[in-house]
Design a protein around this ligand. Structure first.
Ligand code: HEC
Length: 232
């Protein structure tokens, strides 16, 4: 019986021995210390002319919402109907659960007992109406107080789409604050309401893009129909 003990001890020791070389690796960690180099740093300085991996983020206004430490007050992307529609769609996915569909801070989560340290922001305050668009971009990118960052879920171009849509929400709730009077608002409603459903079903107008000889001429404006046509 007793003879088993030393065997066990040897087994345990040799097993432990296998381990150590995995966590003691003779390698330098990025940004660690290294006394081999005169500057004492492991990472070497970048050579002049080094090119960034991926895309270079040179456009401050677009990627940070600020230029020289000041928030930009105009969108760094063209304001189009498509941008607003994209913004509306992304806003409803990511922001409306807390901020509500019109941005008053009465989203489902805010109403159903999800208690945060501070109340969900309401976009329809004087402070936020006057806030440059860059601030909204920054809030999405870096979070704000109790609100966490959305940078991993919403990419920069979509952040600007959301910002544009937030501004539209703000104007919709208080047009006077943006220099519009009641009559202008009524006029806008009249000119824009009927236009909504009437585009892009013009059938024949896309004939130039359709593949000759294909039978789905009626659907030829959709990307899939083209792909199918090309594959055959
Ligand atoms: C989980 C809930 C939640 C979601 C989702 C959310 N927010 Fe917020 N948001 C908050 C809270 C809470 C605050 C108030 C934070 C504070 O004052 O500490 C806030 C504040 C804000 C403010 C006001 C900042 C200021 O200057 O007062 C803006 C603008 C904003 N959010 C934009 C957004 C946008 C855009 C989205 C979607 C991409 C979003 N939020 C998604 C909870 C949320």
């Amino acid at each position: 019986m007793n003879r088993r003990l030393p065997l066990f001890a040897i087994a345990a020791l040799s097993l432990a021995g296998c381990h150590t070389d995995m966590w003691r690796q003779p390698k330098g960690e990025p940004l660690g210390e290294n006394d081999f180099f005169p500057d004492g740093q492991m990472s070497r300085p970048l050579l002049t002319g080094t090119i960034a991996r991926g895309k270079i983020r040179k456009d401050d206004a677009f990627f940070t919402g600020a230029v020289n430490g000041k928030w930009v007050d105009t969108l760094p992307v063209p304001l189009t109907k498509a941008l607003l529609e994209r913004g509306q769609e992304r806003y409803n996915v990511y922001c409306s659960p807390c901020h509500g569909q019109i941005g008053d801070g009465n989203g489902m989560i805010a109403n159903r007992g999800f208690t945060l340290k501070r109340p969900v922001g309401n976009y329809h305050t004087d402070r936020l109406r006057k806030m440059p668009v860059g601030h909204f971009y920054d809030v999405i990118t870096n979070g704000y107080g109790a609100m966490y960052s959305y940078s991993s879920r919403v990419e920069p171009s979509d952040r600007w789409a959301i910002v544009a849509y937030i501004r539209a929400l703000q104007v919709s709730q208080s047009p006077e604050a943006y220099g519009m009077d009641r009559f202008e608002v009524e006029a806008l409603k009249k000119t824009h309401a009927p236009a909504a459903g009437t585009e892009s079903h013009g059938g024949g107008s896309h004939a130039g893009e359709s593949h000759a000889g294909e039978s789905h001429a009626g659907e030829s404006h959709s990307g899939e129909a083209h792909a199918e046509g090309a594959a055959h």
